[in-house]
Design a binder for this molecule. Sequence first.
Ligand SMILES: [Zn+2]
Length: 171
Amino acid sequence: MCDPEQKDLYAVLGGSPSDSLQQLRHRYQQLALKYHPDRLGGENSAESSVKTFLEVDAAWKILGDQTTRREYDLQRRAQELKQDWTVDSTVDLEDMTWETDGCECSYSCRCGGTFSVSKEEVQEETQRRLQELNEQEMHRGAQSGVLVCCDTCSLTIYVTWSLNKKMHMSK
Ligand SMILES: [Zn+2]
């Protein structure tokens, strides 16, 4: 069996990231009923059913809560991007260097090339994330991020920043 931590929680519930909370809840309930240890007869393999039940339950604990679901979505998205593209590393925006004109910030690639993000890009993504978030999440220090390609080689980095600190950029 695969390591449960590697499993896609949506797949565990038989759903997809575009499912609404209600749809996921419905799927969870169906699966929970099917695999609930109390409902097993002697012929079922109790051990694997219990394992499935626990996985389904754990997946729902994360996906059933809006805040943890969003955190998971973000992690999942970063994971996916890492798989599709060669993401070299994750870099905090604060570790990047703002160009003197303040419109762009850059980071050196190990090939000698440069990764650069424009202030506009950062602001747009920040706005987009802010619209998704509720106040509670803001207080917990939500993050945003964009993928940036090297201007010379095929490497990509994931640049992240804390939404609470976005004011730093308007200085
Ligand atoms: Zn490069």
